[in-house]
Ligand binder design. Structure first.
Ligand code: GLY
Ligand code: MN
Ligand code: MN
Length: 486
């Protein structure tokens, strides 16, 4: 029996090696190009000071439970600079050329997880060092098992730039994993021991864990044409999802099912993930800003449903919110609050252009909301402090939903959200006719040379337009599944 098992396992190993090696891999053809990633590395290099090296680590694999990990997601900086989607990797970018042992010049080097037929049979294809050379066009790509012996005198640099470490990196006990790479790096740079602040010892002054982020903020905050193409697609997908849900919405649906319709549309368009956990909150649940349970089994006839979802397409995520009445018609109070949020949003959008500050557009929206709440009798004075609009107006989107970018002045090719909201939980200090009304309207705009472009235009935004779209038939009404037995 033992011999037979050994025979079967050898045969499986051979099968895995042959199939993984020999497969024609069918993939989408609109990923970011190697030229994009190389260009971003060059742009970073141009910002780095003389005689410096920047070091980036891949994201850790995170455990969900027992032997199941969360779906792996690359660190956005790492992806931006490399296109590499696998874990257990480290990237070094040098300001000046370095000499390889064989005499060749190089100014960047990556160490990646090795090919392994047995592992690939279980968890999927890997590029390995050769694949990274061929497919991602890195001249200097090695397996991560070679990082320990990589001979580089980090003390000779004026600056070693890196992000300080996550504290959730597991030791997988596979040689060369992220855990090992970090331990090896710390040894190579004489990283101070636990509890010792870095940059305090004079001889360690070349370790800098602050500055790299300022460079990445400058780079990632301004989108290139390739990034814009993917962002447009992510936003289109998300807004089409909103339209389909508007058509399908009816009392009795569960929040989970509504979430499922959005996410089905995302998948229909080959969107890999949601850019953040989807938020679908009916009635009071809409007042919980990051409500992600989405477990109300049957929304009622008179509730507003707040839906904040973003498709992630090839790494880039949209962030779009629509708030709609479950029965297709806003009540008078719901409409008044909705229209006030719309007015604030529209004014902030129209004011958005290069040179205007984030602070200015935020104030425009906040003033309209504060004055409007007084007019409606929800609050007593526009200067009254309240929690009905407790969050900011805007943030960058990109590889992160709250993307890196400056929050000073709007600049051409920034992509940002404009997302005012009003949330009035039950038992608020106002007439109870307003209770449980929660409205957020969130759109994504591109800052252009002289103004803005509304990227999320496919999803209706005014209360009238929403009611019109909600009158349309949904094909999902025909999608009737059998009841489950109790
Ligand atoms: N979806 C998270 C946000 O709107 O910022
Ligand atoms: Mn947002
Ligand atoms: Mn959002």
């Amino acid at each position: 029996m033992k011999t037979l098992n050994r025979y079967i396992s050898a045969a499986l190993f051979l099968f895995a090696t042959l199939t993984v090696a020999g497969q024609e891999v069918k993939l989408p053809n609109d990923y970011l190009s190697n030229e994009f990633h190389k260009g971003r590395r060059e742009a970073l290099r141009a910002k780095m000071p003389a005689n410096s090296v920047a070091v980036f680590f891949a994201n850790p694999v995170r455990n969900r439970a027992n032997d199941v990990d969360y779906i792996y997601h690359q660190d956005p900086n790492f992806y931006y600079l490399t296109g590499y989607k696998e874990p257990h990797s480290v990237l070094l970018i040098f300001k000046e050329n370095q000499k390889a042992d064989e005499g060749k010049d190089y100014n960047e080097i990556i160490f990646v997880q090795p090919r392994n037929a047995r592992a690939e049979m279980w968890t999927g294809r890997r590029l390995g060092d050769k694949g990274v050379q061929d497919k991602l066009a890195f001249a200097q790509a090695f397996n991560n098992t070679e990082f320990a012996a990589y001979n580089l005198d980090f003390a000779s640099f004026d600056k070693v730039l890196f992000y300080d470490f996550h504290n959730d990196v597991r030791d997988t006990r596979v040689v060369g994993d992220l855990y090992d790479l970090i331990v090896q790096f710390k040894q190579k740079v004489n990283y101070p021991g636990e509890g010792v602040a870095i940059n305090v010892e004079p001889e360690k002054q070349n370790l800098d864990t602050e500055t790299l982020n300022t460079y990445m903020v400058e780079l990632r905050g301004i989108k290139t044409p390739e990034e814009l193409a993917l962002l447009r697609k992510a936003v289109d997908i998300s807004t089409i999802g909103q339209v389909e849900v508007m058509k399908a919405m009816q009392p009795g649906l569960s929040e989970t099912e509504i979430q499922g319709i959005h996410e089905f549309v995302f998948k229909k368009y080959q969107s890999e993930y949601e850019g953040y956990p989807s938020i679908v909150g009916a009635g009071h649940n809409g007042c919980i800003l990051h409500y992600i349970e989405n477990n109300n089994p049957a929304i009622s006839n008179t509730e507003l449903v707040l839906m904040d979802l973003g498709a992630e397409y090839h790494g880039y995520t949209a962030d779009v919110t629509r708030t709609i009445p479950s029965n297709g018609k806003f009540s008078p109070e719901q409409k008044k609050i909705y229209d006030l949020v719309y007015e604030a949003q529209e004014a902030a959008i129209q004011a958005s252009k290069p040179g205007v500050t984030f602070r200015e557009i935020s104030k425009i929206a906040r003033d309209i909301i504060n004055e409007g709440l007084v007019e409606l009798g929800v609050t007593d004075s526009a200067s009254q402090r309240h929690l009905y609009y407790p969050h900011g107006l805007s943030h960058h989107i990109g590889l992160d939903v709250h993307d890196k970018g400056s929050y000073d002045v709007l600049e051409e090719n920034m992509v940002i959200t404009i997302e005012p909201g009003i949330y009035i939980p039950s038992n608020s200090d106002c007439d109870k006719k307003w209770w449980n009304i929660a409205v957020r309207i969130e759109d994504d705009i591109l800052i252009t040379a002289d103004g803005f472009e509304l990227l999320s235009h496919l999803a209706p935004r005014t209360s009238d337009e929403i009611e019109e779209v909600m009158k349309q038939e949904s094909v999902l009404n025909q999608f009737i599944l059998p009841d489950l037995k109790d």
